[in-house]
Design a protein around this ligand. Structure first.
Ligand SMILES: Nc1ncnc2c1ncn2[C@@H]1O[C@H](COP(=O)(O)OP(=O)(O)OP(=O)(O)O)[C@@H](O)[C@H]1O
Ligand SMILES: O=P(O)(O)OC[C@@]1(O)O[C@H](CO)[C@@H](O)[C@@H]1O
Length: 302
């Protein structure tokens, strides 16, 4: 069973415009939607849709927090959140002509005591895997993630970037940087797929058993004791890529939870992310055919 931890959830607002963004005038949207978001929450929704047992935890507050709670309940996602005083953030993706603009708030300031409260929620679920996903709100340091990793007898997976990823100091089962995050964290040349695999391999020494690097339209690399696997992305029509990394990771984790090997897990991850990027926002797509779709994904050893 997987517990997801989202320290900094978000309501994801996705607005689509027919025309390009332009300053100093009112842009009229073609469509708009709100989704429950934040990396761990997206993963929990996808895992639930794939019938993979999981519980979503994290910090929620204010009217946006209530929206997320209600949405997850409607979607049948099990939850165990900790309430905070501030208001959960609202992140906006604007899709204008073919361009994607992502505007993320920093989130409400929280006190360090929330880590103890969250750890209690996680322990109460007795998970075999814990996924900590997304940025940290003001008031928390990378130690908040290290404490989850050291807090029980579970494998911890982490999906975060920037300084937080660089400063983690614990034992992790996996991290999932995207290409830019992998480059930032290692300082390596990640312009080629082989360069990404090399960078991922060296990054394992920093306390990660495996590294899953998502490479957008170039696919994904999974590096671990079983070798360096590369999966090509599928040739599809992309609406927006918000949540693509969460989808890749959810597919991999759901396959591992079902006992699959790394190659099948990587195929599943790419298949799930392909479904997600063909839809606007972080809404959960139909994943019923995922075991068939994953057969279309090509994986090879590098
Ligand atoms: N343009 C694309 N065409 C096909 N597949 C794509 C494309 N972009 C993303 N994907 C799929 O989604 C996966 C994850 O993409 P990406 O590396 O963009 O994630 P990310 O940057 O972590 O995204 P986010 O932070 O928004 O969740 C890729 O490994 C690939 O399978
Ligand atoms: O600001 P963070 O925590 O890094 O990312 C948050 C976020 O952009 O990531 C998800 C997509 O992966 C969205 O649901 C959410 O808005």
């Amino acid at each position: 069973m997987i517990v997801t931890v989202t320290y900094n959830p978000a309501v994801d607002q996705t607005i689509q415009f027919d025309e390009q963004m332009a300053p100093d005038r009112v842009m009229r949207a073609d469509s708009a939607q709100f989704d429950a978001g934040g990396k761990g929450i997206n993963a929990a929704q996808l895992l639930t849709a794939m019938d993979c047992p999981c519980v979503a935890t994290g910090l929620l507050g204010g009217f946006t927090g209530s929206f997320i709670r209600e949405t997850l309940q409607e979607d049948g996602v099990e939850t165990a959140f900790v309430d905070v005083d501030g208001t959960t953030r609202l992140n906006t993706t604007a899709i204008a002509a073919a361009e994607e603009y992502k505007l993320n708030q920093s989130g409400p300031t929280v006190g360090a005591s929330v880590v103890d409260a969250l750890l209690e929620q996680v322990r109460a679920q007795s998970p075999d895997r814990v996924l900590v996903g997304g940025s940290l709100p003001p008031g928390l340091s990378p130690d908040a993630i290290d404490r989850i990793a050291a807090g029980g007898d579970w494998e911890t997976i982490v999906d975060t970037g920037g300084d937080v990823l660089r400063e983690l100091d614990g034992q992790y089962g996996l991290c999932k940087p995207n290409r830019a995050e992998l480059g930032d964290a290692t300082g390596a040349d990640v312009s080629t797929v082989e360069g990404c695999a090399d960078a991922a391999d060296t990054f394992r020494d920093r306390g990660f058993d495996r590294v899953l690097a998502s490479l957008g339209a170039d696919g994904a690399v999974l590096v671990g004791d079983a070798g360096r696997l590369y999966a090509e992305a599928l040739d599809i029509d992309v609406v927006d890529t918000v949540g693509a990394g969460d989808a890749l990771l959810s597919g991999v984790l759901s396959a591992w939870e079902a006992g699959a090997d790394d190659e099948t897990a990587l195929r599943t991850g790419v298949a799930v992310s392909s479904q997600v990027v063909q839809r606007a926002g972080t809404a959960v797509p139909d994943l019923d055919d995922i075991e068939t779709l994953r057969e279309n994904v090509t994986v090879r050893q590098l």
